[in-house]
Design a protein around this ligand. Structure first.
Ligand code: IPE
Ligand code: IPE
Ligand code: MG
Length: 246
């Protein structure tokens, strides 16, 4: 297994995004309720954030709750929202000590009042921090994000603020929730599922994908190191030939 110390500091991804999957199955495997899995998943979030700070990563984005996750049983949604509020309260100190700026993407107005308020407070209190940007995707769906961008751009065209000819990738980018984030370099998904589940469809166009067969509560610093090591051993060609790169 790789460890964080052996990674090449000169070949670090700028932006790592993680689909934190498998809390429910992790709990079920031990005959426990799904809630138990989510509680343990929070510990992994904390450790992963700390590890990414140690690696001096610039951007970490975590898929925390999708637009589709609203279809889950109310009791599970309530638990997830309760865990979100308690973690935000607890971690404000950690964010400040580690110079982390908290950011959120998604329809955060649809979150329960308390979660929305706590989130905004922590974002405001950490807004001047200059270290890692930690983005939580909450009530996030990539199709919803793209739909909103299309609506906003259409309204601007209608009102003669932008012309159709000028619509380019930069303009589309600037209307996404992620307008102030660089493209994803490395996308990790735990739990053994090989799918994207409506996460950052536009932003992962050229991301390196890494799937690992471990449930999120068991994702360790070694797994993170393995993922980044794999990333460092890949050749990112962006359409060019290998020869052109050298
Ligand atoms: C990921 O774990 C957490 C969220 C989606 C909120 P799951 O809850 O999806 O766990 P599995 O995939 O059912 O095991
Ligand atoms: C994706 O996991 C969403 C998050 C990790 C927050 P899901 O468990 O919701 O994805 P599917 O349903 O297996 O595709
Ligand atoms: Mg899942």
């Amino acid at each position: 297994m790789a460890n964080l110390e052996e990674l090449d500091k000169n070949k670090m991804p700028r932006h790592v995004a993680i689909i934190m999957d498998g809390n429910g199955r992790w709990a079920k495997k031990q005959g426990k309720l799904r809630v138990f899995g989510h509680e343990n998943g929070v510990k992994t979030v904390r450790e992963t954030v700390e590890n990414c700070v140690k690696l001096e990563l610039e951007y970490l984005t975590l898929y925390t709750f999708s637009t589709e996750n609203w279809k889950r049983p109310k009791i599970e949604i309530d638990t997830l929202m309760r865990l979100l509020v308690s973690s935000l309260k607890k971690e404000l100190k950690t964010f400040s000590e580690n110079n982390i700026r908290l950011n959120a993407i998604g329809d955060i107005e649809s979150l329960p009042k308390r979660a929305n308020k706590e989130l905004k407070e922590v974002m405001e209190k950490t807004s001047q921090n200059t270290g890692m940007t930690l983005t939580l995707a909450l009530s996030y769906g990539a199709r919803e994000e793209l739909k909103n961008a299309v609506k906003q751009i259409s309204a601007k065209v209608k009102n003669n603020i932008i012309s159709i000819e000028n619509i380019d990738e930069t303009i589309i980018n600037s209307h996404l929730y992620t307008h102030d984030l660089p493209d994803v370099d490395l996308l990790i998904r735990t739990s053994g599922e090989h799918r994207i589940s409506n996460f950052l469809l536009w932003q992962i166009a050229y991301a390196e994908l890494y799937f690992v067969d471990v449930f999120w509560p068991d994702f360790s610093s070694q797994h993170l190191a393995e993922a980044i090591k794999s990333y460092q051993n890949r050749e990112r060609r962006f359409g060019k030939t290998s020869e052109q790169l050298n």
